[in-house]
Design a binder for this molecule. Structure first.
Ligand SMILES: Cc1cc2nc3c(=O)[nH]c(=O)nc-3n(C[C@H](O)[C@H](O)[C@H](O)COP(=O)(O)OP(=O)(O)OC[C@H]3O[C@@H](n4cnc5c(N)ncnc54)[C@H](O)[C@@H]3O)c2cc1C
Ligand code: FES
Length: 332
């Protein structure tokens, strides 16, 4: 167990042997900025003033030689070697409503959704709250490093469900789809993330999911309904995928999301247009063509690969959507 002192007066916390500085800070209720939790976004950078740390993931994409020279480390990857003092910019908006915990979980079922997305349901050792749109870190046996997956269900049950897209040659998804059998045990750490449903705004809700970004958008749609927001707000759900073969089956949409005001699938790859009569093109272009100037009247949530996230942010910015109306996680 290490003690982490900070530049913020009176703010210190313990970090156990399994933890990283970011995760320990959040468990202690401290607002340390972050996003991905897997070393890719760089939002969790801290300066090491005293002590020594090592990175969980030596090849973290968001960390460079320049950072090392300046003694800057990624909080989500940095494991203290003993007591440390760090400097970071605390931000209360990152104080978790539900503090993340590590616990065991057992696979209870897998349900296919598309040809490469399935829903995995895990029963947690103890029922744990979360906000729709949040994610957890799953440690899959035999796979180095935890992976982030977003819950698609609502809090209040001891199951956490994740809609996961199989990545060709992927280590974690290869194990989840290929080896993990019902009853298998994994470790789950969460909840994490700040792109959760906002219930305090009057605007209609626009949900944009690219491929593996489906899960948190489904949870947010369900959360909006459960919170009673549908009486005076509409939900428009856009799903972007490459080819017609990747589209979600209409009966899944009807059964699981029949309550949303519109569900649009857009296909982006001309090679996959065969037989497709719906919208064609990238999600941000399709949404803009549909909503135009009305974009800024929506609370916008999105999840998907960084290239999609960048395109949607640019489109939103160019069309006058204030930044505080946009909530997203980039899926690295
Ligand atoms: C906040 C967030 C939420 C996400 N939610 C979903 C979701 O709901 N559904 C979904 O299908 N996908 C989601 N993803 C993507 C998912 O986490 C994985 O990147 C993806 O499943 C590929 O994993 P893989 O191991 O199969 O592929 P691989 O190609 O083996 O690994 C790819 C990714 O794993 C990470 N990684 C690699 N090595 C390590 C390591 N040692 N330690 C930690 N991370 C490592 C890197 O981010 C890399 O991009 C989310 C990602 C993020 C950041
Ligand atoms: S790199 Fe640490 S939160 Fe993204």
């Amino acid at each position: 167990m290490a003690n982490i002192n900070t530049n913020k007066e009176g703010v210190a916390f313990d970090c156990d042997d399994e933890d990283t500085i970011l995760r320990a800070a959040l468990r202690a209720g401290i607002g340390m900025p972050y996003s991905c939790n897997v070393g890719s976004c760089g939002n969790c950078r801290v300066e090491l003033i005293d002590g020594a740390v090592e990175h969980l993931r030596a090849d973290a994409p968001a960390w460079s030689e320049r950072d090392l020279k300046r003694n800057r480390w990624l909080g989500c990857q940095a494991k203290p070697k003993g007591d440390c003092t760090i400097k970071f910019r605390a931000d209360d908006s990152y104080i978790p409503r539900v503090r993340p915990i590590r616990q065991g979980a057992r696979l209870v079922g897998v349900t296919p959704i598309t040809r490469d997305i399935s829903e995995f349901a895990f029963r947690l050792d103890s029922a744990t709250d979360f906000d729709p749109g949040q994610y957890a870190l799953l440690s899959v046996p035999g796979v180095e490093g935890a992976r982030a997956y977003s819950m698609c269900n609502l809090p209040g049950e001891d199951l956490w469900r994740f809609q996961i897209r199989r990545v060709p040659e992927g280590a974690a998804t290869g194990a989840l789809f290929g080896q993990l059998e019902t009853g298998a045990e994994i470790r789950i750490d969460g909840p994490y993330g700040t792109a959760q449903l906002r219930t305090d705004t009057p605007r209609d809700i626009l949900l944009l999911a690219g491929g593996s970004g489906l899960s948190p958008m489904v949870s947010i749609a369900r959360g909006a309904r459960a919170a009673g927001l549908l009486g005076d707000r509409r939900i428009h759900f856009y799903y972007g995928c490459r080819s017609a073969d990747d589209a979600i089956a209409p009966d899944f949409v009807e059964n699981e999301l029949g309550f949303v005001d519109s569900f649009v699938t857009a296909i982006s790859d001309p090679a996959g247009f065969d037989g497709w009569t719906g919208p064609k093109g990238f999600l941000h272009d399709v949404v803009l063509a549909d909503l135009g100037g009305a974009l800024k009247e929506h609370e916008i949530y999105f999840a998907g690969p960084p290239v999609m996230a960048a395109a949607i942010q640019k489109t939103a910015h160019e069309n006058g959507v204030p930044m505080d109306q946009i909530h997203f996680d980039e899926f690295y």
